[in-house]
Design a protein. Structure first.
Length: 463
């Protein structure tokens, strides 16, 4: 029995199973168990329909920077809805929140980025990128420069362009993707693919794959390289320290655009405003979403560098692209208040100076657990590689993903949301997480590892 009545959870599960198709979900297995029903949240904590309080170690879906229950965001949205709930930004019109948000984004993003194109999600941001880079090269009089180079196991969203730019083989299989004109190179995933090389050597090798692809396909046919600073959905792949410096060397020699997908790393996740600040990158285009509004309302954007804006605005005519809800007033109001909170409360600096060092020390300490092959973390985003035999990176569990899923479900039961990618656990908590919540988080993570270890040894899956 809870505040919602005896059969509340079962009722919601039943109608959900009957009518709701979920994203990225195997419905047979979901409906066998029943959906978990989340009813409310506050700070870093979720409450489900049975009254359980769960620590949200994934910040929703990598987006809840400022924590749940921010009254000032609710108020800003309510005020905007009352004043002007909707108007478009086509046909030579604008409105106050869109104009002010574009100005604010020009302030917080790298200095050479001064224009924002608004969309409603990270996927739409990457669709916009796809079209804008090609349009740019057409305007530059180089219409043969059309190929975009991405990376295997990258994630750039789930629309046709997002899926194509991303490097998820299972997604490509559904829908016969990628579309033509996208080429994928290796990812800088040392733990999984580094072989006998040191991380530093492997980072150079993975970066040189970009140069090799450009050489092989022809620089005069390449439009852009797209990458996440740290791959998120691919399993929090933190590149070796040599990777980005080497990529920068390659790009300095080649006339192609750099697209840095900041949908996860943006807005403080790495203890800097953007991943581009952390790795000292100079993107030509920068897709943003998620932490832009802390998920309070859907909004995304593409930050456009002066180099690209000068051509697209200066040389181009009409760019036939945009969405009914581009720069939606209420979503812009939510984003503006979210950024005000990040700035006024010094949240990004607090991540850098306090929360990230504190969590990192404890998280990396989990590497002593017999089930953990590697613990890694930058800022407040990290992963634990679960392995059957510690010290042997090449040995994997027999059916990839099974142990990850089992352990993730145990974590939920222990009151902590972590996500599983293959057989790793990943973590990306709200940026406002406190030290005592970090202690709680790490204790629950360790208990989960112990539980999983006991279960796996019972099943005979450990070396
Ligand atoms: C989540 C994500 C996207 C897609 O964003 P949606 O809002 O889900 O469409 C794109 N790129 C990266 C790096 C992401 O993590």
């Amino acid at each position: 029995m809870n505040q919602y009545g005896h059969n509340f959870t079962k009722t919601i599960q039943r109608i959900d199973a009957a009518h709701h198709m979920h994203p990225f979900t195997d419905h047979k297995s979901l409906n066998a168990e029943g959906s978990r029903v989340i009813v409310s949240a506050d700070g870093c904590w979720l409450t489900d329909s049975d009254g359980n309080r769960i620590l949200d170690g994934m910040a929703g879906l990598w987006c809840m920077q400022v924590g749940y229950g921010r009254q000032s965001i609710t108020d800003a949205v309510a005020k905007q809805l009352a004043e002007l709930p909707y108007y478009n930004t086509f046909f030579k019109t604008t409105h106050v929140p869109a104009a002010r948000l574009a100005e604010k984004l020009a302030e917080v993003t790298p200095a050479h980025m001064n224009h924002a194109f608004f969309v409603n999600s990270g996927s739409e941001a990457n669709d916009t990128v796809f079209r804008m880079v090609r349009y740019y090269w057409d305007l530059m009089g180089k219409p043969d420069k059309k190929i975009i180079i991405g990376r295997h196991n990258a994630y750039h969203g789930s629309t046709v362009a997002g899926t194509s730019l991303g490097g998820m083989g299972a997604m490509h299989k559904q829908g016969d993707l990628p579309v033509p004109g996208v080429h994928h190179i290796m990812q800088p995933y040392w733990f999984g693919e580094g072989g006998d090389l040191s991380p530093a050597e492997f980072g150079i090798k993975a970066a040189q794959a970009l140069d090799e692809a450009i050489e092989q396909l022809g620089e005069d046919r390449i439009a852009a390289f797209i990458a996440e600073p740290i791959q998120g959905a691919g399993g929090v792949i933190i590149p070796p320290e040599t990777y980005w410096p080497e990529i920068k060397k390659v790009l300095a020699r080649r006339d192609i655009l750099l697209v840095v997908d900041e949908v996860i790393c943006g807005f403080g996740r790495l203890g800097t405003w953007f991943g581009s600040d952390y790795y000292d990158l100079k993107p030509d285009l920068m897709p943003i979403a998620k932490g832009l509004s802390s998920g309070y309302l859907p909004i995304g954007g593409v930050m456009v560098s002066d180099r690209v804006a000068d051509v697209v605005i200066g040389k181009g005519g009409e760019f036939y692209h945009g969405f009914t809800y581009s720069g939606h007033p209420a979503a812009c109001a939510a984003a503006l208040e979210n950024i005000r909170i990040l700035q006024d409360e010094g949240i990004v600096e607090r991540v850098r100076d306090e929360a990230a060092p504190y969590l990192q020390e404890r998280w990396l300490g989990l590497a002593d657990h017999p089930l953990v092959g590697e613990a890694r973390m930058v800022g407040l985003v990290g992963a634990l590689e679960l392995v059957p035999e510690k010290g042997n990176r090449s040995r994997k569990f027999p059916s990839v993903g099974e142990v990850g899923t089992l352990t993730r479900d145990m974590s939920f039961r222990n009151g902590l949301v972590m996500r599983a990618v293959r057989d790793s656990l990943i973590l990306s908590p709200p940026l406002v997480i406190s030290k005592s919540e970090i202690d709680e988080l790490v204790a629950r993570a360790r208990k989960t590892l112990d539980d999983a270890h006991a279960e796996l040894s019972k099943r005979g899956l450990l070396a």
